[in-house]
Ligand binder design. Structure first.
Ligand code: DAH
Length: 354
């Protein structure tokens, strides 16, 4: 027959087994072993009946206390295991916010930038604004009057052959068109200035133009020009030449110069073509400039009195000069781009260089 020492030993054995249970699952097995129907303590309780009343009472109390201790240990361990297990679960399922932190700069989506033509337009505007010009814009769809008529190019005039025109299929044939140059913006500006009594004008007008040209290394059917117009009192050809030279040095650098060569444009008289030192050979002559050392950038001249008459500017009181040149051509010259078509092919390896 086992005595109180066996009870104490049972409790110690139970304490050890409970502490060793590493999970709720294991603890369930341990619970059956230490407090189930087949546990040593249950066995001892069943044997109580064979004892004398006094010994049965004492041992009964002893066993009851032991079972209470074991129950307490089981509950405590069960709670501890539940806490550990829940914590592990939470840690495993927690939203990992570090995943959403920005990665290395290289992994971030690349940020774009303005197209080279837009950058060039902005830089050209800056140079002219620095010289006191304002910036104006006009529509890309024009009537025959603005693109030709008011610029002293009447219908059937041979000079129309200078501009291969895209006409729009609207109303009367050949009355509405995609502007072939930015010169019609001169007409809009002068008309408005006359109406508002707002002469003089010192303005540059950048924008997109269209011509039925087959694309090649130096031509695109959709291209960009910047127009210039000064209408003021006492303006002379010297003002024009000085403006072109200052602009050329400011935009291309001090070793690039401008020269004017006699030319014909219906809306200026006299007219000139303006050329700049070839930026590829710096004037010594190369293939790009056909060995001349010069590259044509645009046209210019003194505003023809016929143009003033078309918009109602008094040619006795006002004189003016105008110029127009290609923005794409400027970008080509400044960055030595062999083929202008690269500007519209959208090859990111090309565009990213600027
Ligand atoms: N509009 C002309 C062209 O596209 C260029 C031009 C020549 C503009 C002379 C002017 C000018 O303002 O005076 O070919």
């Amino acid at each position: 027959m086992s005595g109180p020492t066996d009870v104490a030993a049972c409790v110690e054995e139970a304490r050890r087994a409970i502490a060793a249970a590493g999970s709720t699952e294991e603890l369930r097995r341990v619970t059956a072993e230490v407090s189930g129907k087949r546990s040593p303590l249950a066995e001892m309780s069943r044997e109580l009946g064979a004892l004398e009343p006094e010994a049965r009472r004492q041992r009964g109390q002893h066993l009851q206390a032991a079972r209470a201790v074991v129950e307490g240990l089981l509950e405590e361990r069960a709670a501890a295991l539940r806490f550990e297990e829940r914590s592990r679960e939470l840690a495993a399922s927690r939203l990992d916010l570090t995943e959403f932190l920005p990665g290395s700069p290289a992994a971030r989506a690349a940020r774009g930038h303005l197209h080279l033509v837009s950058q060039t337009r902005d830089e050209l505007e800056d140079v002219f604004v620095g010289m006191g010009f304002e910036v104006a814009e006009g529509p890309e769809i024009e009537t025959d009057w603005y693109n030709f008529g008011a610029l002293n190019i009447p219908p059937a005039h041979p000079a129309r052959g200078m501009w291969d025109t895209f006409y729009l299929d609207l109303g009367e044939p050949e009355t509405t068109l995609l502007r072939t140059h930015t010169s019609p913006v001169q007409i809009h500006l002068m008309e408005r200035a006359v109406l508002d009594g707002a002469l003089p004008i010192h303005a540059v007008m950048p924008g997109r133009c269209y011509r039925r040209d087959t694309p090649d290394a130096r031509h695109l059917p959709v291209f960009h020009q910047v127009e210039g117009l000064v209408v003021d009192r006492g303006i002379t050809f010297a003002d024009l030449a000085g403006t072109i030279e200052v602009f050329t040095a400011a935009y291309f650098g001090p070793d690039i110069h401008a020269r004017l060569r006699p030319a014909y444009f219906p809306f200026t008289e006299p007219s000139a073509e303006f050329e700049i030192t070839c930026t590829l050979c710096r004037g010594t002559g190369c293939r790009t400039c056909s060995q001349t050392g010069w590259i044509e950038l645009g046209g210019c001249g003194m505003v023809d009195p016929a143009v003033f008459a078309a918009v109602g500017v008094d040619a006795e009181s006002w004189t003016g000069f105008a110029f127009g040149f290609g923005i794409d051509r400027c970008a080509q010259m400044r960055h030595q781009i062999a083929d202008l078509r690269a500007l519209v092919e959208n090859d990111i390896r090309f565009l990213r260089q600027f």
